[in-house]
Design a binder for this molecule. Structure first.
Ligand code: NDP
Length: 225
């Protein structure tokens, strides 16, 4: 039995990833900071709900006390995209997108180390990729991507550094592609469906013992902006 925790999964990519991993036979803990919305999403996809705010150490600790049956797979999905170029908003973006991964990963490692095939998938973005940002075929970055993109560069580097420091656990970053979710509080209706984007996350969540670590995975069927 494979037990999986997905953060920020009451909607969007996280909820769809939960749905697909439940279908793949995983026991899924659907993490959400809001209990009502989290429970409703967990019921909808057949997952177990766990209250988890990735910016709150006490919340993270309390969530891990509720996990039964250990942990094999962690999907660090929770993320925000605030537009403001100012200290408080930049700190909030980094706190959620990057520091949140450190909080949750550190809490998860004791359980992951007991797993026969421990896997961490961090949701990054092409907006945080040096290679993608220098690619002339990609559209120019928007102002709102300055801080968000930097926070996702941190997500990718956290992935690489954890992969080097903790070789017994597989860490990979995923760029899911521009997706129709409510990221940033705006409906990205031009994005592709979550069902497609979640496939790359799921592909990296189910890798075997011979799978990669320290990589940045992008679905190459579509450029990921
Ligand atoms: P959504 O805004 O739909 O989902 C984000 C989720 O993160 C929500 O469930 C939200 O919960 C949760 N969340 C935010 N802050 C916290 C927190 N402090 N603790 C726990 N949960 C939190 O967007 P997406 O589904 O698109 O985003 C999922 C991930 O995919 C993010 O990391 C995002 O950066 C990344 N991504 C998205 C792309 C896109 O085009 N949509 C492209 C590339 C990457 P709540 O409902 O409580 O706010």
């Amino acid at each position: 039995m494979t037990t999986t925790l997905i953060t920020g999964a009451n909607r969007g990519l996280g909820k769809e990833t939960a749905r697909q991993l439940v279908a793949a036979g995983h026991t899924v803990y659907l993490g959400a900071r809001d209990a009502e919305r989290g429970r409703a999403a967990a019921d909808e996809v057949g997952a177990r709900f766990v209250q988890l705010d990735v910016t709150d150490d006490a919340s993270v600790a309390a969530a891990f006390e509720q996990l039964e049956g250990g942990l094999d797979v962690l999907v660090n999905n929770a993320g925000i995209a605030l537009l403001g170029l100012n200290g408080p908003e930049a700190l909030a973006v980094f706190d959620t997108n990057a520091v949140g991964i450190v909080r949750v990963t550190e809490a998860a490692l004791p359980l992951l180390r007991k797993s026969a095939n421990p896997v961490v998938v961090n949701i990054s973005s092409a907006l945080g990729s040096f290679a993608a940002n220098h690619d002339p075929l990609r559209p120019a970055s928007q102002v709102s991507a300055i801080v968000y993109g930097a926070s996702k560069a941190a997500v990718s580097m956290l992935t690489v550094q954890y992969a080097r420091a903790v070789p017994e656990v597989k860490f990979n970053a995923v760029e899911p592609g521009y997706t129709a979710t409510m990221l940033g509080g705006i409906e990205n209706s031009h994005g592709r469906p979550v069902e497609i984007s979640a496939r790359t996350v799921v592909r990296m969540a189910v890798i075997g013992a011979d799978g990669p670590t320290g990589t940045f995975q992008e679905d190459d069927t579509e450029l990921g902006w």
